[in-house]
Design a protein around this ligand. Structure first.
Ligand SMILES: *Cc1c(COP(=O)(O)O)cnc(C)c1O
Length: 437
């Protein structure tokens, strides 16, 4: 399988290049040349398969150059936690993706990518330096997923004051091969710094840089696995399935579309955003107008210029009409998000984090305005304890922190403060000696 650029179908790369480079040479994103359908036998046994087993069957289609036993080991090792589907009301299901080591769905992509990258670099040539811009959850998942992986160093860029206290602890307390840079700017500044670094000729020569953001296809592919898992649980009911995805950079939604292209019976997606509503507006008006990001209580979705829209457009043959047939867009401000958190707690005793609340609201909107006779799944992408202040305000209850995370709070923060000026970042990358002090 080769991977093409969303900007030029004839610009091809093999798997190793696609994963170690992230961005194509023309500034586009990689997609696999073919997305084949899975077999009827696979769908028949799907309801019985574990996440790791699904991962193996699905990734075989795309990562066909990796020997099956190696791929199986990568899947078993990366996908070692549960993603339960919980019915919170009739035909309303929460797909809980927060049971991994950093309590967010990004663990799925980051753990898979770390193992795949390390595998592809088995010959351990020059060290690979992973750059990752984060609005909160990506950084901690990548830090945890890549921690102590040989041959890989990680630098996390996060917006100063733009992540929760708990998230900051997760980002800045590991040390070892993980560096944290606290950028005096917003998430979009972090993302721009990373993009500029990839485009810089000096850095290209001197450093082997890659990204662990959802621009990297190795992070995107594993996010399709849990769509299969969830739909597999509901296929027996013979009612159309709608999935509401809380969206920021649209990697998660794109992964769902990949699963659908592989034959997974999904009726519609809901692209649910917060006030950073560039995609819902695009679906409504046909005008794509990326802008600056706006701070909200669902901060992992505060993205003004989402990367994966380019992939979505490509997957729908650059036809807005085709995209609109499958993806319905809506958005909610903080007030509406907060109200959903309160309502779901009061009516169903289910605790939503602010991102899950946006997704839940998106599903409610779909049932009210498009079709109520569906089975709805919303993705619950982060553990409520990651956003304890907001959750406490909405429910009056302090969400309990899982045992395996408590130690994070007692560790000292280690981050370097940096301006949003590219020259300073570049200078640091060129002279950084690997010490995370
Ligand atoms: C990253 C994140 C999102 C947004 O996912 P995208 O793939 O960037 O659209 C939503 N919710 C949570 C909790 C996240 O961490």
């Amino acid at each position: 399988m080769k991977f093409y650029s969303t900007r030029d179908r004839s610009n091809l790369a093999d798997l190793k290049l696609a994963v170690t480079k992230s961005l194509t040479s023309d500034g586009g994103l990689y997609l696999p040349e073919r997305i084949d359908k899975l077999s009827p036998e696979f769908f028949k046994k799907l309801p019985e398969l574990s996440l790791a087993e699904i991962g193996f069957e699905v990734s075989k289609l795309i990562l066909d150059e990796i020997p099956e036993e190696d791929l199986k080991r990568i899947c078993d090792d990366a996908l070692s936690f549960e993603t339960p589907l919980v019915e919170i009301a009739p035909d309303t299901y929460s797909l809980e993706l927060f049971h991994g080591p950093t309590m967010a769905f990004k663990d799925v992509g980051a753990r898979f990518m770390a193992r795949l990258l390390s595998y592809l670099l088995e010959d351990k040539e020059q060290e690979v330096h992973v750059l990752v811009a984060t609005s909160g959850d990506t950084g901690s998942a990548v830090a945890s997923g890549f921690y102590n992986v040989p041959g890989i160093r990680v630098t996390i860029l996060y917006p100063s004051g733009g992540v929760s206290a708990f998230q900051e602890k997760q980002l800045t307390t590991l040390g070892g091969n993980i560096n944290a840079l606290e950028i005096d700017g917003v998430f979009d500044d972090c993302q721009r710094l990373v993009k500029e670094a990839f485009a810089d000729a000096d850095l290209k020569r001197e450093r082997r840089l890659t990204s662990a953001n959802s621009i990297n296809f190795a992070r995107l592919l594993p996010q399709s696995f849990y769509y299969f898992y969830a739909v597999g649980q509901l296929m027996k009911n013979n009612k159309p399935i709608v999935i509401s995805v809380p969206s920021g950079n649209y990697g998660n939604l794109t992964a769902g579309v990949v699963a659908w292209k592989m034959g997974l019976p999904i009726h519609h997606f809901v692209a649910a955003s917060n006030a950073n509503n560039v995609v819902p507006r695009y679906l409504e008006t046909g005008k794509y107008e990326p802008g600056k990001s706006i701070a909200t209580i669902s901060n992992a979705m505060d993205v003004g210029s989402p990367n994966n829209v380019e992939r979505l457009q490509d997957l729908f043959g650059h036809s807005l009409d085709e995209l609109k047939k499958m993806v319905k867009g809506t958005w909610f401000d903080d007030e509406a998000t907060f109200a959903s958190m309160q309502k779901v707690w009061e009516n169903h005793e289910y605790m939503l984090d602010p991102h899950g609340a946006v997704a839940y609201s998106g599903l409610e909107w779909y049932k009210k305005t498009i079709d109520e006779n569906v089975q709805g799944i919303f993705l619950e992408c982060a553990h409520p304890a990651k956003f304890d202040e907001t959750v406490f305000k909405a429910t009056g209850i302090e969400p309990p922190i899982p045992e395996h995370q408590k130690h994070v709070l007692t560790k000292p923060k280690r981050a370097m403060m940096m301006s949003k000026n590219f020259d300073e970042f570049k200078d640091w990358l060129l002279h950084d000696d690997g010490c995370s002090c």
